[in-house]
Write a protein that binds this ligand. Structure first.
Ligand SMILES: [Zn+2]
Length: 318
């Protein structure tokens, strides 16, 4: 038995994927080297926190518990939308009922519980024995690892954008205000939205290159969606959906889905991943949704979008 935590076995591969996403990205990162961006990726092992960029050291900071939550979510959603769809008792537009006697479904439940316990203060980050983890060699774990790498790379490029585009200059005052719980004016709110969208666009352009074939583009797109869903699930409460420093995270998740199109089968799976992720999120936060027939995934996604939009704003008004 070694003492290496399962998530740590992915760190080298993670940095390698990030640095070699495409030739353009590789060149960009070399260009930024030292002057604007530290090549050292810092991994925090403290209490749960979402990724951020340290503007003094120019480092991207990732939190180990966040990475574990992200891996588990990614694995669970892929399992529900791929393998477990075949044995599901009922699948409707808004939810999937899985066979609760199925041992793999029980494992997914346990993995979900552990992953979300990581958000608690001083939580135990030891990976529970006998549950799926990144060191396993099954096809589904290897697939989950690939998508996970893309998802984390996307988040890292988002942070790179904040560092190299000097966003901190504009953010500094705003984040101080946020810390002091001062109310942001409309102009400051708009600036936050603009900078976040700019960072997302930068990250997307770093990830997807025009030379990518459909398969590559598809797994990168899955990663981008997983990154967005993970950021939503990392929020403390649904009120934070319209949080002031990362405005309207759900809008950004939906935007990322609309950037490009795929073959019918891939489109279907990408939409299903969004659908399962969003209905899981609604259930987790007690956001009521109806089981109705939507006819198309687009109208279903519109439904979720409006639901989340209303729920985020409503809470803020309290
Ligand atoms: Zn950001």
């Amino acid at each position: 038995m070694t003492n290496i935590h399962p998530i740590e076995t992915l760190y080298d591969r993670l940095i390698n994927t990030f640095e070699n996403t495409s030739e353009i990205t590789n060149a960009r990162l070399r260009e930024y080297q030292d002057s604007q961006l530290s090549r050292y990726i810092k991994i925090e092992t403290g209490n749960f926190s979402t990724p951020y960029s340290d503007h003094d050291t120019k480092e991207i900071v990732l939190n180990k518990r966040f990475l574990c939550l992200m891996w588990c979510l990614n694995y669970i959603i892929l399992e529900i939308t791929q393998n477990k769809s075949r044995t599901a008792i009922k699948i409707t537009d808004t939810y999937t009922v899985m066979d609760s006697e199925d041992t793999e479904v029980k494992e997914l439940d346990q993995l979900f519980d552990w992953a979300f316990s990581l958000k608690n203060h001083n939580s135990n980050d030891e990976w529970p024995e006998n549950l799926p983890n990144p060191t396993m060699t099954s096809y589904k774990v290897r697939t989950a690892n690939v998508i996970f790498m893309d998802a984390v790379s996307y988040i890292m490029f988002h942070e790179v954008a904040h560092i190299v585009n000097g966003h901190w200059g504009s953010y500094k005052e705003i984040s101080l205000k946020f810390k002091n719980r001062d109310v942001l004016n409309e102009q400051e709110k708009a600036l936050c939205v603009q900078l976040e969208q700019e960072a997302d666009t930068f990250a997307y352009e770093c990830m997807v290159s025009s030379n990518d074939d459909e398969d590559t583009r598809y797994h990168k797109q899955l990663g981008i969606i997983m990154a967005g869903l993970s950021s939503m699930f990392a929020l403390k409460a649904k009120t934070r959906l319209t949080s002031l420093t990362h405005p309207s995270i759900h809008i950004r998740v939906f935007n990322s889905r609309e950037r490009t199109s795929f073959s019918e089968g891939n489109e279907f799976h990408l939409d299903r991943v969004m659908n399962v992720g969003l209905s899981m999120f609604c259930r987790l936060h007690g956001i009521q949704y109806e089981d109705q027939n939507f006819g198309s995934f687009n109208s279903l996604l519109d439904y979720f979008f409006n639901l989340l939009d209303a729920s985020g704003t409503q809470e803020l008004q309290h």
